[in-house]
Design a protein around this ligand. Structure first.
Ligand code: ADP
Ligand code: MG
Length: 704
């Protein structure tokens, strides 16, 4: 066996299991060593029957007192039972549907069982324990790793494979410099690889965990610091225009203090030749679009082009519409670019961007495609930042590096031969997802932050209620009341594309919209919008709702982010239990955008106390930060930032919630290193730089 040996060739694997392993990202023997356990089982202590702690997973050493008896209970249910004993007591062991036990266990032989001892009256019993021969224990008597698994792959199989790989392969190379390890008291890699899988004791496990957590956070910090450093060195476009008075006149409202502050902070960045990299964070409805518009206005007034990227077509179209209306009086044209536009329309926009005739374009990730080039891209805005990865943001910014722009210089993150202009455009990102502090540091480590912590005046907080099926008719009555008062209503169903598990299929959504339109509300105008519709149809449905031509909009979660129809005062969310809290909060943000009292009705018949407690949080608060924190507690950071969402290297060991001390240490170490060697250009730092590059992007050029 060597690191490249395909797993299919290992004994006990075969085609089917190789497929399963591949699902876990494991292809070769070398991959096994890097596949870290999710948790551990302490099987060191082996108990006698009478001493085994009741109700806890543990090892018990026993002798089979009889041959296992198999009983057929009914179709699909077999029970195999036997009595086991030790010197002092006896216990009944039951296996469900594990007929092979009859061949595996024999009277008079000794075994170690791993499972939970339960008390039935005075009798002890165990159900479905794992077992092995007492004379040749493998899993028992030590700390066993527990791996993330998939169908057809048992933990035993995986642990066995990992152990073989550890035994037969040379340990992976050391990835932290010796002096750094010495300074931070980190164990050498060679020792840690074994201990992270099969730790001899807690101390060894903690040392290995600490080392790998440090390593992950160190490289993450190093990468982010390099980005930040590169930015501070970089040349950016300085916008000559800084007075905002004329922009304020374009707005139909006066900005809130918080909006004004955010815009002024951005304007100060924009005025100097250092590229801006700013995050504007503000809860749903806080008015981030106006801040973006102000920045775009400054860019265009100074002769630069601006590109704004939104995560959905609906949102891009809406932004194009509102920004166009807002900026037209200033003579600023706003174009639209989405994937589903007609080729001829796209061509027109592309040509206008390349020639510089079109100063401002709003679009989806279609903006990232090859054919898009700008003449003088000076400002890049991404809306709903959490929907995009770091690389996507960077990829759009890279569009500023057209040959027409200022001179080129080497780039440390691009690798040998890769050149990047030292020129970067100004970048503004906007997010409504409130990020708990520790995570913000990591996720947005390379950004400056403005917070809009104030809602526009006159907003009445949205009232949220949780109802079950029994209230459906009353709820429909409430819909009629709202429409009678001139308001509009969203009804949201979990969609196929967003929420595979238990989601409605398209037919169900369409059918529900039809029923509502024809049977429940024959007197009202009901529209439908979902992600699988053609762009034209989607646009038409949204436009009709925005114009007040439909009363009710049935939709999938495509309306989740950013959509703005101030006259909508009620949002009904079907099967609310299927969403995360932050997502529900985003959905709820579709209403409460005007001066009317607005409502959010969460429909769920889920009786689980956990689910109800979770949904109750929304009925109690409108505070996005609190909701995000609850979400984080309930789901953990892994889910909170699915890897796709932030585009940062995945953390396998480090836990941002608990490893805050290691994080701080790792960040200081990274900063210290860069203070000595800001380019990581010294030969001894070369491997570090290589590793950062590999971690941050498979294709380092995307990271420009
Ligand atoms: P978000 O921060 O969620 O992107 P938007 O920018 O879509 O919020 O703004 C929400 C709504 O509030 C829009 O209808 C917008 O026109 C309105 N709005 C924004 N700022 C103000 C303000 N200062 N005063 C009144 N209304 C405002
Ligand atoms: Mg928005």
């Amino acid at each position: 066996m060597d690191v490249t040996t395909p797993l299919r060739e290992l004994p006990g694997v075969g085609e089917a299991r190789a497929k399963g392993l591949e699902k876990l990202g494991l292809r070769t023997a070398g991959d096994l060593v890097g596949y870290f356990p999710r948790s551990y089982e302490d099987r060191r202590q082996v108990y006698a029957i009478a001493e085994a702690p009741v109700g806890e997973l543990c090892c018990v050493r026993v002798m089979a007192a009889e041959e296992p008896r198999r009983m057929h209970i009914r179709r699909g249910l077999d029970v195999t039972r036997l009595k086991v004993v030790d010197g002092t007591s006896a216990m009944l062991v039951t296996f469900f549907n594990q007929g092979y036990v009859r061949q595996a266990l024999h009277r008079g032989e000794e075994y170690i069982l791993y499972g939970r001892v339960e008390l039935m009256g005075n009798h002890r019993q165990m159900t479905n324990p794992q077992f092995e021969e007492a004379g040749r224990p493998w899993a028992c008597g030590r700390i066993m790793p527990v791996y993330p698994l998939t169908a057809g792959i048992t933990n035993h199989l995986l642990a066995g494979l990992v152990e073989r790989a550890l035994h037969e392969l040379p340990p992976p190379a050391e990835t932290l410099p010796g002096d750094l390890r010495a300074r931070h008291g980190l164990a050498p890699a060679a020792d840690c690889w074994r201990s992270i899988h099969f730790p001899p004791d807690e101390d060894a496990l903690n040392a290995a965990r600490r080392r790998f957590a440090f390593e992950e956070l160190f490289y993450l910090s190093l990468g982010l610091a390099l980005l930040r450093e590169r930015r501070s060195r970089g040349q950016g476009p300085a916008f000559g225009e800084t007075a905002l008075e004329d922009f304020y006149k374009l707005l139909p409202f006066a900005l809130t203090g918080a909006q004004r502050r955010a815009l002024e902070e951005a304007a100060a960045d924009l005025a100097v030749a250092r590229p801006m990299n700013r995050l504007v964070q503000g809860d749903v409805g806080s008015g981030k679009t106006a801040v973006a518009a102000g920045c775009a206005w400054l860019a265009v007034r100074s002769g630069w082009q601006c590109a704004m990227m939104a995560p959905t077509e609906i949102l891009a179209e809406q932004h194009a519409r509102t920004l166009s209306a807002m900026l037209a009086p200033a003579g600023i044209e706003v174009g639209l670019l989405t994937g589903s536009m007609k080729v001829s329309e796209k061509r027109k926009v592309l040509a206008a961007l390349e020639s510089g005739a079109l100063p401002f374009v709003v679009g989806t990730h279609a903006l990232l495609s090859q054919g898009v080039a700008f003449r003088r891209l000076g400002l890049v805005i991404t809306d709903e930042q959490h929907r995009f990865g770091v690389e996507q943001r960077a990829a759009l910014a890279a569009k500023a590096n057209t040959p027409k722009d200022p001179p080129q210089a080497g780039c440390r993150l691009c690798g040998e031969g890769g050149v990047e202009e030292d020129f970067s455009p100004n970048v503004l990102v906007m997010s409504a997802t409130p990020i708990p502090r520790t995570l913000a540091l990591i996720i947005y480590g390379d950004l400056d932050v403005s917070v809009i912590d104030e809602l526009p005046p006159g907003r009445v907080p949205v009232k949220t209620v949780l109802v079950g099926e029994s209230k459906r008719q009353r709820m429909y009555g409430f819909v009629r009341d709202q429409v009678r008062e001139g308001r509009q209503v969203y009804i949201v169903c979990p969609a196929v594309e967003e929420n595979p598990e238990g989601a409605w299929d398209l037919k169900a959504v369409t059918e529900y919209a039809r029923t509502l339109g024809e049977e429940v509300f024959p007197e009202l105008r009901v529209g439908l919008v979902h992600g699988r519709m053609k762009a034209r149809e989607k646009e038409a449905a949204m436009a009709a709702f925005t114009a007040g031509e439909t009363d009710i909009l049935v939709s999938t979660t495509v309306i989740e982010v950013g959509v703005d129809v101030p006259n909508a005062s009620l949002i009904i969310i079907e099967n609310a239990d299927r969403y995360g809290l932050s997502q529900l909060h985003q959905l709820r943000g579709r209403v409460g955008r005007g001066q009317h009292q607005s409502w959010c009705v969460l429909v769920s018949d889920n009786r689980s106390p956990d689910t109800r407690a979770r949904l109750k949080v929304l009925t109690q608060t409108n505070d996005g930060f609190r909701i995000a924190e609850e979400d984080l507690k309930l789901r953990g950071p892994g889910d909170f930032f699915g890897a796709r969402q932030h585009g940062l290297p995945a953390l396998r060991v480090a836990d941002l919630n608990t490893d805050t001390r290691v994080l701080k240490e790792a960040q200081e170490a990274a900063a210290g290193l860069l203070a000595e060697d800001p380019d990581l250009s010294r030969p001894e730092h070369r491997p570090l730089l290589e590793k950062v590059r590999r971690l941050f992007a498979e294709d380092p050029d995307r990271f420009n």
